[in-house]
Every structure is written in C-alpha cells, then in structure tokens.
Design a protein around this ligand. Structure first.
Ligand code: ATP
Ligand code: MG
Length: 360
C-alpha cells in the first residue's frame, strides 16, 4: 500500500507592516520543503486580519474567527502593530486575543549565533551562544490588573499588580524542564527576583525546587534577573535553557536577540502544550513600518519560526534540513541589510529554496 501522507493544516496571519512579506516568504519555503520531502503535506489558509481591517470594521478578529482558527494544527503569524493604532489596542485585540483563549501559556524563544553572522560580543562566535528562553505567557506582570486614582493630581496613584498562580507557574516550569531535557546539555536556569519581591518570586523558587525532583536527569540553577543580564553578556556559554516570568523573559529575550546579532533572525513559539488548541508561531520582530513594502525585510526569523512549527507538528527531519539550508545561505553571504548584507527578501528566499534542492 502507498505510504500515507502526513497532513498538517496551517492558518497564516501576516497582519501588519513587513508581516505579510515575511509570511509569504515562509509559505514559499514551506511549500518547497514539503514538495521535496514528499512524506507530508501542508495546507495553508490565509486570514487577512490586520490593523487595516480594524480601522475599517472596528475588529481585528471577525465574529467566529477563533472557531475558524481552531480547525487548524498551527498558526503562522507575521507581526501586528501600525503607526496609527496604539500598541496596547493592536496587541490585545489580535495577538493576545489568540494567545489567551488558546491557552498558549509557554512562549519559547531560541537564540543562537548563525554561521556567517556576528555577535556584538567581541569574544562570542557561532556555537558559543545557543539558548532557549521559556517565557510565561498568560499572567505575571502583564496580567492587566491594577488601576489609577486621582488622575492628573500630584498625588495620583497607579498600581500594576502581578498575578502568579501556582497552577500557571507549575505548568510553565514543568514545560521548561521538559524543554531542557530535550536539548543535549539538559541544563535549566530559573530566573526570578526573589531577593526583592518576596511573594510571587519566592513561590517561583519553591515551585522550581519541587518540580526539579521529577527531572533527575536535568541539571538546574537559579539566578536573580539582574545578575542574569551580566551572565548573558559575560558568560554566554554557561547557559542553555532559561525560564522566567512574562516581564523578565520579555526583557531577557530582547537582550538575547541583540547578542545573537539581529532581531531579524529569531522566532517565538506560543505553545499550548496540552495540544487542545493550535499553537502559534511568529518571528520575534515587529511590523517594522520603516522598511515595509521595500522588499528588504529579513525572512530568516520566519524561516526559523517555520522550522520550530515543523518540530511541533512532528516533522523534525524537515525542520532540521530547513535550518541547515538557512544557515548555509547566511554563511555564503546571502544576507539582508540588518545582517550587514545587501540581499532582499526575495533573494534570500530563493537562495534557501535552491539550497533545499541541494540538501534533499
Ligand atoms: P513592535 O512594537 O511590534 O516590537 P518595533 O517598531 O518596536 O515593533 P520592530 O518592528 O521589530 O520593532 O523594528 C525594530 C527595528 O528592527 C526596526 O528598525 C526594523 O526595521 C528592524 N527590523 C525588524 N524586523 C526586521 C527584519 N525582519 N528585517 C530587517 N530589519 C528588521
Ligand atoms: Mg517593540
């Protein structure tokens, strides 16, 4: 009997600025990959939700939109944010409006220095920095709790309350240990600020110690977030998998992206580890309106994003080949301007497709 073709259906949401450009590039490379591989099939459905549709209709996600997304195995997301819509509106009404109902509680951000690219750290070479940051994605400092009183008065007070629940912290730290376990070094660093914040952060430390008992094969240590920034810069080789709160990991992952050389490289996965809902995969960069429509956006972050998505869908071999092709292309010097090259989005995309032909 003919071998059955594994099928995966992908929802794509390019959204704003360079989002649609890099998603188009990602879909082109994924189609190429699936046809060369021949053992799996990818179906794409495009959703044209963006700040443009919001300005016309008052909605980012139309009625019934989440139910449509729910039918897919994964979501490939571009970037949201437009100059004439406040960030907190676009973010909460599109990205978080998907992350929260779909319980994508683990936000995972790998970073490394690609061959052919340079870190701003003088002594760091490709291979010296290879991290995965696991970020809490549903609560913490971004829970949206708090309020303001006496607006505009000199005695105005604003509170921004962090929410940490044992349920969410435990499942996240467990996920981080599992992530660390799958990597060669099996090493996790738990980041908190438990010397200064004595409730939520102390609970994080306690839960980490409890969960670690189920992972005898994973080594782990603890860092305060301030000391962690120094360690990332001064001793990048000493780190592997890192877990932190919503706010702390947000900041640490921007630092990580900068240390790896460009924001145009790195991906983010928003996982619902229970697999009840589709997980969402996106480049970490934003909509970059300064370069939108010019054909110069770096598609590499989206290619790495596509590779992470393939791993989640069980296509590890194809994911690996995609990354090998991408790195071969950057090494050969086919790079966009953010990586010091002069190639455009299309050139890089075509070079990756050509490299895939060679690898397969
Ligand atoms: P957001 O608030 O959505 O994070 P932002 O404006 O803060 O958006 P980005 O949109 O990521 O941040 O842009 C930051 C800078 O990085 C810009 O100068 C942009 O041109 C550049 N940049 C971002 N993504 C890319 C990319 N894929 N290729 C090349 N340059 C990029
Ligand atoms: Mg930004």
């Amino acid at each position: 009997p003919a071998p059955t073709l594994r099928k995966h259906s992908i929802a794509t949401i390019g959204a704003d600025g360079i989002g649609p450009e890099v998603i188009d590039a990602g879909v082109q490379v994924l189609r190429k990959l699936a046809s060369l591989d021949g053992t799996f099939k990818l179906d794409f459905e495009e959703f044209d939700w963006s700040s443009e549709t919001y300005k016309k209709t008052g909605q980012y996600i139309p009625d019934g939109g989440l139910e449509q997304l729910q039918k897919h195995d994964a979501i490939l997301f571009g970037a949201v944010g437009a100059p004439d819509v406040p960030d907190h509106i676009s973010l909460w009404n599109l990205r978080l409006a998907i992350c929260q109902p779909f319980q994508q509680y683990a936000n995972v951000r790998p970073t490394k220095i690609f061959r052919g690219t340079e870190s701003p750290l003088r002594k760091a070479n490709p291979g010296d920095l290879d991290w995965v940051i696991v970020r809490e994605n549903t609560e913490g400092e971004y829970a949206g709790q708090g309020g303001r009183s006496h607006r505009g008065q000199p005695w105005e007070i604003a509170t921004e309350v962090s929410i940490f629940t044992r349920h969410s912290v435990e499942r996240l730290i467990r996920f981080a240990f599992e992530t660390a376990r799958k990597r060669p070094r099996k090493f996790l660093t738990v980041v908190t600020k438990s010397n200064a914040q004595r409730n939520g952060m102390v609970m994080w430390d306690e839960i980490a110690a409890e969960v670690s008992k189920d992972f005898d094969d994973v080594k782990w240590d603890k860092m305060l977030v301030d000391a962690m920034t120094c360690r990332m810069v001064l001793d990048p080789k000493s780190l592997d998998t890192i877990v932190a709160t919503n706010l702390h990991a947000d900041i640490l992952s921007d630092l990580a992206a900068a240390l790896a050389g460009s924001i145009g490289i790195a991906p983010t996965s928003n996982f619902d580890p229970t697999r009840k809902n589709p997980s969402m995969f996106e480049p970490i960069h934003g909509s970059a309106f300064d370069i939108a429509g010019k054909g110069v956006a770096n598609p590499v972050a989206t290619f790495w994003t596509a590779s992470e998505m393939l791993i989640w869908l069980g296509e590890d071999e194809a994911a690996k080949k995609l990354m090998e092709s991408v790195e071969a292309v950057t090494e050969r010097g086919v790079r966009t301007r953010d990586l010091g090259g002069s190639a455009g989005t299309k050139e890089v995309t075509e070079a990756v497709c050509a490299e895939l032909e060679v690898i397969y």
